[in-house]
Design a protein around this ligand. Structure first.
Ligand SMILES: Nc1ncnc2c1ncn2[C@@H]1O[C@H](COP(=O)(O)OP(=O)(O)OP(=O)(O)O)[C@@H](O)[C@H]1O
Ligand SMILES: [Mg+2]
Length: 288
């Protein structure tokens, strides 16, 4: 059987997951498809090459066998669901992303080209914030499933079984996570802001030991007072992000935290944690 596909035949490109966005020019090279991972705050699409989708659905010959490799995104396209009151609010959101990038640096964040769209698809006019972001291949680091010091080794077994390579990648990942924790602490001290570390899928471990924050919105001011602030979805994301930071430090990196650590003493005091747990429960109840 031939592996050459008639490129005039577009039938294999149709399907409910492929979308046409009316503010994006038709392209004969790229296709936007809903990404299989998702969150609450953004619509996430993978930007794929049409030729890769064809290969995904029609296959290609490799050593005499027809294989169907999944198309790898060239970019991730994000449309923030948040409706902004005015342009200043959008620019503020972009400024916060730039601040995050400046502090974390390109090695610890999925870089994004943020842009604004004047969306008229629903009849009226809406200011919509979008981002064309680098695609980060890898495994999600789920802070709620770290059950001991072997967490990273277990994850990296997915990528390699060679003992020397495995150990080198785990070490690289540890170094990157250490740098990440340090820079988030620096961000809190210098700017008072903290990104959202709490959402599932926000942190990704890459096959080579790289580590990146991919969720670059929902950056919030951390207030050192008794009020536990909820984000626009009703979630105590600042408090839970501090908890995640502490999990990375203590459970994943096995660090000892000084008793007088101001950040954790304040945000992880037993009374406050209890209140946060209750707010989280309320949040999940409204979801279901
Ligand atoms: N640049 C990227 N590369 C790879 N995966 C990504 C990228 N951006 C987002 N994802 C994945 O898509 C999913 C949703 O992303 P993200 O958390 O940024 O969306 P969100 O709707 O803003 O989330 P939340 O509900 O936490 O606010 C996550 O599982 C994340 O790992
Ligand atoms: Mg998220």
């Amino acid at each position: 059987m031939s592996d050459i596909i008639d490129i005039r035949d577009q039938s294999h490109l149709s399907g409910e997951h492929i979308v046409n966005l009316n503010f994006i020019k038709d392209s004969d090279r790229y296709v936007f498809r809903k990404y299989y991972r998702f969150g609450l705050r953004s619509h996430i699409f993978e930007v794929l090459l049409k030729k890769d989708i064809r290969t995904e659905s029609c296959g290609k010959m490799a050593d005499g066998i027809r294989v169907f490799p999944r198309a790898t995104p060239v970019k991730i396209f994000r449309i923030l669901r948040n409706r902004f009151e005015n342009l200043d609010a959008v620019f503020m959101e972009i400024e916060k992303y730039k601040m995050l990038l400046k502090i974390l640096g390109p090695d610890l964040i999925a870089q994004s080209e943020e842009f604004i769209v004047d969306y008229t698809g629903t009849g009226g006019r809406q200011v919509v914030l979008c981002g064309l972001q680098e695609y980060i291949d890898g495994e999600i680091l789920d802070p709620w499933r770290i059950f001991g010091p072997d967490y990273l080794t277990d994850i990296y077994r997915f990528f390699t079984t060679d003992p020397a390579r495995l150990s080198a990648r785990v070490k690289t990942a540890q170094k990157n996570i250490e740098a990440f924790v340090q820079k988030i602490r620096e961000m809190i001290t210098c700017t008072g802001f903290i990104p959202d570390l709490a959402g599932i899928g926000n942190l990704v471990l890459m096959p080579d030991g790289g580590f990146k924050l991919v969720d670059i919105n929902n950056i919030k001011k951390l207030e050192f007072d008794d009020t536990i602030r909820l984000d626009d979805k009703g979630y105590p994301s600042c408090d839970v992000s501090i908890k995640v930071l502490s999990i990375l430090e203590t459970q994943l990196l096995q660090k000892n935290i000084a008793d007088n650590d101001v950040l954790y003493r304040f945000f992880l005091s037993p009374q406050r944690v209890k209140k946060v747990k209750k707010l989280e429960k309320d949040f999940y109840r409204t979801l279901s």
